[in-house]
Design a protein around this ligand. Sequence first.
Ligand code: SF4
Length: 241
Amino acid sequence: MVAKPIPKLAQKNVAKKKPAAKRAKRVSPAERERIVEIFSRFEALEGNPSTELEYSNPYTLVTAVALSAQATDKSVNKATKVLFAEADTPAGMLALGEARLTDLIKTIGLYRTKAKNVMATARILTEQHGGEVPLRREALESLPGVGRKTASVVLNELGIEPAIAVDTHVFRVSHRLNLSKATTPDAVERDLMAVIPDPWRTRAHHWLILHGRYTCIARRPRCEACPVADLCPSRALFTGL
Ligand code: SF4
């Protein structure tokens, strides 16, 4: 039997039933101007921001970023100073062994799980990638303990792919500055990539982190010292001005 063609009206209805694509935030020209001014000021204050994590090659960068989940960069740097002096390659990490690694990172939160992931990653890199870190998102995200956020930080830091990893600071600052109202890190990242003009995308991650870490602090933002206070819709909430 030959199937009847679908009438035009029915085709329209079928099309309507498709799930709506996730849209990134759109902004008005005035809003775009405000965002441009925010990032111009960040750039004027710090033209070349970089991660505060210490690393010497892609492997130590991936490892440091993975260790920094739910830990401060300061605590990670303290531990990795000794760790990377003993092992700064996947082969070196395997030779070091899990017991010594665990001991060296025991001051970092979730250190037992992180030690297991670092060892598993070192094994995969040695056996499947010739001891090198694959600098592609998919391959990075498949490594134990390396999720989207870690991959974004690594690819962005090494200048391979502009990405804005959304951690707690980036999430908070993005909401306070009304760069995004999204409720998940992935959706906030999508909004930021849509509203931040291209020349600033690679550095935006650092600016937002540093701003959240030192000025737009979670409990008591330092609005009186904030370089973008006059552009911030949340200032009145904290200062009454
Ligand atoms: S004005 Fe206050 S709330 Fe707004 S970005 Fe600056 S520090 Fe954060």
